[in-house]
Design a binder for this molecule. Structure first.
Ligand SMILES: [Zn+2]
Length: 232
């Protein structure tokens, strides 16, 4: 019973946050050229922005182009002893993703919790990683983007993570924090290899994002390389 009540209030909070975001978006006055183009409808997708290689400096651009899910990954209350006594502040990390190829993490500090969450969310949106998805599994070869196109590895602090292509229906074989990243990025089937099990949740998240980022950076075979050059 108690569990149900908590769940409901979380949903209500989410709904309220969504309404607030929409209200804020309605009042948006873009400050950058890119923002103006997005609001005017000249640019209609994140892929156009990625292709144009223009930096996104306004989080509203992201909100406008694609609905993002947000999740608090870490909340730390820090205490500093000053002459007048003790001073508290919050350090918050938020994961964002559109469940369709874009994922990001942001960390921010503030004297209060919710401003810290807002700042971290904004940072995460301005720090998105595009994830190239594919089906690198020789057991599957369906050609759709349900997994990673090839094995990728990433690291953060002592954490090392590798994602390996898996056939459709495998699911996200990973620990909870890494699962969140895969879910937010829209990668459905993947095997995971992890080292550094004693590290923090945040470092697992960052290592996972770092690994997913490699789907764009890793050398591809000449054939695929030529093909993607032709497309560009
Ligand atoms: Zn497949």
């Amino acid at each position: 019973m108690a569990r149900e009540r908590r769940k409901l209030s979380a949903e209500e909070r989410e709904q309220k946050a969504k309404e607030k975001r929409e209200a804020e978006l309605a009042k948006w006055v873009p400050k950058t050229e890119l923002g103006k183009k997005v609001l005017a409808g000249t640019i209609t997708s994140m892929d156009e922005i990625v292709k144009g290689n223009k930096p996104v400096l306004e989080a509203e651009i992201i909100d406008y182009l694609m609905p993002m899910e947000e999740k608090m990954i870490e909340l730390k209350k820090t205490t500093r002893v000053v002459r007048a006594g003790r001073k508290f502040s919050f350090r918050v990390s938020v994961l964002v993703g559109n469940k369709n190829g874009f994922v990001g993490i942001g960390t921010a500090k503030d004297l209060e919790k919710w401003p810290a969450v807002r700042k971290a969310t904004r940072k995460a949106k301005l720090n998105l990683v595009k994830v190239r998805r594919g089906c690198g599994s020789w057991e599957c070869t369906c050609g759709t983007g349900h997994s990673v196109p090839f094995k990728v590895s990433g690291k953060n602090a002592s954490v090392r993570i590798s994602f390996l292509p898996a056939p459709k229906g495998t699911g996200r074989v990973a620990g909870e924090a890494v699962k969140d990243v895969l879910k937010f990025a829209g990668v459905n089937d993947v095997w995971t290899k992890v080292a550094g099990a004693t590290d923090t949740r945040l470092n697992f998240v960052k290592a996972a994002i770092n690994a997913l980022e490699q789907t764009n950076k890793m050398k591809v075979s000449d054939e695929i390389g030529k093909k993607s050059k032709r497309e560009a």
